[in-house]
Design a protein around this ligand. Structure first.
Ligand code: DGL
Length: 257
């Protein structure tokens, strides 16, 4: 019995590290669809079909106890379709934390930093009208941040000026008020949050949902029977064998490639 954690790249590792702490008695399969990265650029129908087909194969191969889609870009598009097509599977999705942001903001100015795909989604627009109608929500679709996070995680290099250029549109001022909350609506971004804090024009709260997603998954499997033996955690890359730096990173996360 295993927990399958899925992302387009290595961003879902932010969720995996939390999930591991909460579910130490489970085997984790980390799947990165790196052959199709970045999901942020995909056209919706093509990505939906691609994911539906890919999950068919993943379910057949790994027979997971639960599937955590640790990717906002994928969840906001495909979670409903996947639940319909694979009704016997338990899915936990990751969607922009607009409700908690609306509850916490004092200025009423909230920004959502995400991929262009997540920003375009009707799902995201519905979250705003359902939970944040009293706030002014700025949606910022970043073309580069997910890739900057991937580069940073593999080699430790961060182009801070490039990070600043991507986050700057999140910082809004209106009638003497300023943005006070930024939702990190892409699982890659928590890896860069210290740089974002450093480069930010003023301090804000950065909302990261990794722990909440992991908690949700843990609560769903809690009552179930424990597996008899726990196998080693593994990482699977759809593009084939990951390069040396990626393999090193994965080993650091305790994942066999
Ligand atoms: N990690 C993905 C997310 O949470 C985005 C990366 C991509 O563009 O594929 O949205």
């Amino acid at each position: 019995m295993s927990v399958l954690v899925f992302d387009s790249g290595i961003g879902g590792l932010t969720v995996l590290r939390e999930a591991r702490v909460l579910m130490p008695d489970r085997q984790f399969i980390y799947v990165a669809d790196d052959a199709a990265f970045p999901y942020g650029d995909w056209e919706e129908t093509a990505l939906l079909d691609h994911m539906t087909e890919l999950f068919g194969r993943l379910i057949k191969t790994w027979k997971p106890e639960i599937i955590v889609i640790a990717c906002n870009t994928a969840s906001t598009l495909a979670i409903e379709r996947l639940r319909e097509v694979y009704p016997d599977e338990m899915f936990v999705g990751t969607v922009p934390a607009i409700k908690p942001a609306a509850e916490r903001t004092r200025s009423g100015l909230v920004s959502v930093l995400a991929t262009p795909g997540t920003v375009r989604r009707q799902y995201t627009r519905d979250l705003i009208s359902d939970w944040a109608s009293k706030c002014e929500v700025t949606l910022v679709g970043s073309v580069k941040l997910a890739q900057l996070a991937e580069t940073y995680m593999r080699g430790g290099f961060v182009d801070e000026e490039a990070v600043l250029a991507e986050i700057l549109p999140c910082f809004q001022e209106k009638d003497g008020k300023r943005t006070d909350i930024i939702v990190l609506a892409c699982t890659h971004y928590p890896f860069l949050v210290n740089r974002m804090r450093k480069m930010a024009p003023w301090p804000v709260d950065w909302i990261d949902t990794s722990e909440a997603i992991a908690r949700r998954a843990a609560s769903l499997i809690e009552a179930r029977a424990l597996p008899e033996t726990i196998k080693d955690d593994v990482a699977v890359f759809t593009g084939g064998k990951p390069d040396g730096l990626t393999a090193k990173l994965l080993r650091g996360f305790g994942l066999a490639v």
